[in-house]
Design a protein around this ligand. Structure first.
Ligand code: EPU
Length: 426
């Protein structure tokens, strides 16, 4: 596991426009679940268009620890054979470092009848409990054993049984994890109030291509008829909609016909709508977007919501735009209860923001940001600091780059190609 090291980004802010193209890599959150799904079968699984990011490397380490064989078959392709997976206990140190480790619980429980794992870690953006996973497994006939002051879990089920499960919150990973478990359960599982993010339909299509029987993924009700075994399959990782959105926001801040390419504009319609209402004009094609900075930004009110609403993962990057809008804008984060802390750093850069409570902030713009030294507290806030630094006066230094590398592949190289003054200092 890569140690959190002293790498930092040094950024020179500027009013120079960014031009050219920014290519979007494969979706982190889709790829991580396809990697977890590989454990459902003893047949070979190929995953293509893998983003080369730290969270994917950690997931690979988790799979190898369990006994899976993984071969790199191309720059962005893995061939995974989980035929030898006999271990049902996750590597606790790695599992604690990323939230997506919990996605492995469904496949391991379904395939081996038992799984042990720690409370998953990851970005510190709120409480992030796992109660809906545990309740769902219990409904499917599993027994949950909790130790270590509620931090270590073992779940056992000789055979999972189909069940009706209602999620009290439309959780992305609870939906994905129970959907994966249900593919090998006896009988029919119905997931209600399921999350509808595009990654869920992609995962279901992949599972079906391996022989699963999943219907309704991408809607609020998913029906899974369990099968005895899954076969081989190929997953082509779709473009990362959050990276596409982050780059589009950057284009609105600094673009001169900046093109975001290899993306799926249909997956970020809520962002596009908000940008247009701020006065940003965009051109869009099937797999690209072109965006330029407008003369000025109108203020806007943003409320995060489950897909297809405004994504919580774009809330922090979007806030940089709110510091530039003329007038009063508001931000309402409804998904997490600890995802506004980064705003204190924007305030230190010169933004005029009132943090009302853990969920709401009011921005008074337009403000001139000044470069600073900061630490990336989590993935999306880290990217936000890059955007803020690029429009700020003077130099900024961003520490704890690992948190950005978790989800954005060599971000500095791609941004430099578009004209940004950003260097990684080792
Ligand atoms: N929740 C519970 N109990 C549970 C599960 C979730 O209360 O058992 C709550 C969470 O605390 C949160 C809400 O439900 O308040 C929704 O969270 P969700 O479960 O949907 O989030 P997640 O599945 O843990 C994924 C992404 C996140 C993204 C969210 C929301 C992955 C690996 N992570 O998390 O991505 O913010 O969905 O879209 O897929 C990121 O990429 O930076 C990131 C944090």
């Amino acid at each position: 596991m890569r140690a959190i090291n002293g790498e930092k980004f040094v950024i020179k802010g500027s009013t120079e426009r960014l031009k050219g193209t920014l290519p979007v890599r494969g979706s982190k959150n889709a790829c991580l679940k396809a990697l977890a799904a590989a454990v459902l079968t003893d047949q070979p699984i190929t995953i293509k268009n893998i983003p080369l990011i730290e969270d994917v490397f950690r997931m690979r380490e988790l799979l190898e620890f369990l006994g899976a064989k993984i071969k790199k078959t191309g720059q962005r392709s893995f061939l995974i054979s989980a035929g030898n997976v006999k271990k049902s206990c996750l590597d606790f140190k790695i599992a604690k470092s990323l939230r997506a480790s919990v996605a492995l619980t469904g496949p391991l429980l379904a395939r081996l009848g038992t799984v042990s794992f720690p409370f998953p870690g990851g970005c510190v953006i709120g409480k992030r409990p796992i109660d809906m996973f545990l309740n769902g497994f219990e409904k499917m006939g599993a027994k949950v054993f909790i130790k270590g002051r509620g931090n270590n879990f073992t779940i056992k089920a000789k055979a999972l049984k189909g069940a009706e499960i209602f999620f009290r919150i439309a959780s992305v990973m609870a939906t994905e994890t129970l959907m994966m478990a249900a593919t090998l359960a006896q009988g029919r599982t119905i997931l209600r109030n399921a999350a509808q993010e595009p990654e869920i339909a992609d995962l279901a299509d992949f599972l079906n291509s391996c022989g699963a029987r999943v219907k309704g993924a991408g809607t609020g009700t998913i029906v899974i008829n369990g099968v005895k075994k899954l076969g081989p399959g190929i997953f082509n990782t779709p473009p990362d909609r959050i990276e596409a959105g982050s780059f589009t926001i950057l284009g609105a801040l600094l673009g001169d016909k900046l093109r975001v390419v290899n993306c799926e504009p249909l997956h970020i319609l809520s962002l596009i709508e908000h940008l247009e209402s701020m006065g940003v004009s965009l051109k869009k094609g099937k797999d690209w977007l072109e965006v330029s900075r407008p003369r000025y930004f109108k203020p806007v009110n943003v409320k995060t919501r489950e897909y297809p609403g405004f994504p919580t993962d774009l809330q922090a990057p979007f806030s940089v735009l709110l510091t530039q809008a003329r007038g009063i804008s508001s931000l309402f984060e409804t998904v997490y209860d600890g995802r506004l802390n980064y705003i204190n750093d924007l305030i230190r850069m010169g933004a005029n923001v009132i943090l009302c409570d853990a969920h709401r902030a009011i921005f008074h713009g337009q403000t001139c940001l000044k470069g600073r030294e900061m630490e990336a507290p989590d993935l999306r806030a880290g990217l936000t600091f890059i955007l803020a630094a690029l429009i700020a006066k003077g130099k900024s230094i961003i520490h704890n780059v690992y948190n950005i590398d978790r989800g954005y592949e060599k971000i500095e190289e791609r941004l430099r190609n578009a004209g940004a003054a950003i260097e990684r200092v080792v």
